[in-house]
Design a binder for this molecule. Structure first.
Ligand SMILES: O=C(O)CCC(=O)C(=O)O
Ligand SMILES: [Fe+2]
Length: 300
């Protein structure tokens, strides 16, 4: 029995509840019809040239018959519909909101797996972060198929119930316990950072393509370095929601600042807005500091 209590309590969009419940119980869920299929097809078209030009990955984890592209907001305007998907962000907030001031974009990656590719080694994406496991979630990933996913064409494999405290210890991996959901473009596969998963073997004659959008706790070092991937000259063209997910926001207290200011000010093109360093504290911290200052002013 998995003891897993991560979601924050409180009111939320009732439409997310079945997905949250399944993620708590099984560590994964499918959101059918999350976006219209034509948006995914246009995104796939925008990525085609990048995949054509891209070299194959190196190393058995990424896969030597696999291609991966990062920086998806630069490659297709349609990626924003995936990254800023309101219902998915509400689910992410439910799992990660307890542990951070706000969540951040961890990964934007398109993956093409060639025919003949072997199964990827099963893994938990949370293991990129060196901290205690089993008590909290570090990230939540969303896989958007660009081509239909089948068990035989490299569709993502998931080990149900392998998340949360079940991720502790060295339990052997049982291949037969994996599920490889059949998915069509427009649907989304969500799974927790603690859930065991991996790309399946591609035993079909065609390439399996997908996009991974990952979100992590806002105080972690993200998988894709956002300020190099999206420097201010690029992020200036982003919506404020996308820019904030891509690191152009302070994580209270004061994390990720530029000269003590919110880095979003670098995107406005108005340097006069850059004043001196300014507190960006959580309410409880601001109260504590104010109470101390008030006490100092009491006449002796
Ligand atoms: O491509 C997939 O289905 C999964 C890829 C994955 O889990 C990873 O590279 O971390
Ligand atoms: Fe993974």
């Amino acid at each position: 029995m998995v003891q897993f209590q991560t979601p924050v309590d409180g009111a939320c969009d009732p439409a997310i509840i079945p997905f949250v419940d399944q993620l708590v119980r099984d560590g994964w869920c499918i959101m059918p019809d999350a976006l219209p299929a034509p948006i995914i097809s246009r995104l796939d078209d925008d990525l085609a040239e990048g995949f054509d030009r891209a070299p194959y990955c190196r190393g058995p984890f990424y896969g030597e018959t696999t291609k991966r592209l990062g920086r998806l907001p630069l490659r297709s305007v349609h990626s924003e519909a995936l990254i800023c998907h309101a219902r998915i962000l509400a689910i992410v907030q439910r799992f990660l909101g307890r542990w951070c001031d706000h969540v951040q974009l961890n990964t934007t990656q398109a993956i093409a797996i060639d025919p003949g590719a072997p199964a990827q080694a099963p893994h938990r994406d949370q293991d990129m972060f060196h901290g205690p496991k089993g008590e909290m979630e570090y990230l939540l990933n969303v896989i958007w198929p660009l081509t239909p996913f089948q068990p035989e064409n490299g569709g993502t494999r998931i080990w149900p119930g392998s998340h949360g405290s079940a991720a502790l210890g060295e339990a052997p991996i049982h291949e037969e316990q994996a599920v490889a959901p059949v998915l069509t473009p427009g649907s989304a596969l969500l799974f927790l950072g603690s859930t065991l998963h991996g790309a399946g073997a591609n035993r079909s004659a065609s390439v399996r393509r997908a996009v991974v959008i990952g979100y992590s706790l806002g105080w972690l070092k993200p998988y894709e370095n956002p300020w190099l991937a999206y420097p201010p000259s690029v992020a200036r063209r982003f919506s404020s929601a996308l820019a904030a997910l891509a690191g152009y926001i302070q994580h209270r207290p004061n994390l990720g600042n530029f000269e003590g200011q919110c880095p979003s000010k670098l995107l406005t093109g108005r340097p006069e807005l850059m004043t001196g360093p300014e507190d960006a504290l959580l309410p409880a911290q601001a109260e504590m500091v104010e109470a101390y200052c008030r006490a100092q002013q009491v006449p002796g």
